[in-house]
Design a protein around this ligand. Sequence first.
Ligand SMILES: [Zn+2]
Length: 150
Amino acid sequence: MPGDTDAATRLPVIDGWFADDDSGDTHLIAGKCVKCGTYVFPPRTDNCPNPGCDGDELTQVPLARRGTLWSYTENRYAPPPPYPSPDPFEPFAVAAVQLADEGLIILGKVVEGTLAADLKIGMEMELTTMPLFTDDEGVERITYAWKVAE
Ligand SMILES: [Zn+2]
């Protein structure tokens, strides 16, 4: 808003999928069934994904920040509009990371500078964020991403 000196300059692309904890580390947010404990990502508040459970209340919980690389690929073609894409297009890797405790596989972009040739199944991956694009108001929109764990 005009005159608002505290206007955010960085915002998530999608609200409610990830957040920073007190130490500034980013974690994903999942829905967890209060009845059977099944996790679901992206998070939702009802409709347990477990076909054997009729639970209809899911709490929002943080997910582990590290997981194991389960699969990956490299995108060499710019996505069609309306998906934002840098010009010129730069290839990027996409990783599917398995979170053992939660029983989830989370698909996400891999940070700039890491391509498929740098990845190996079974590697430990860590969650981070990266800018995706800058919107019309000059706000940098960020998304979650995977990087090779240090
Ligand atoms: Zn359930």
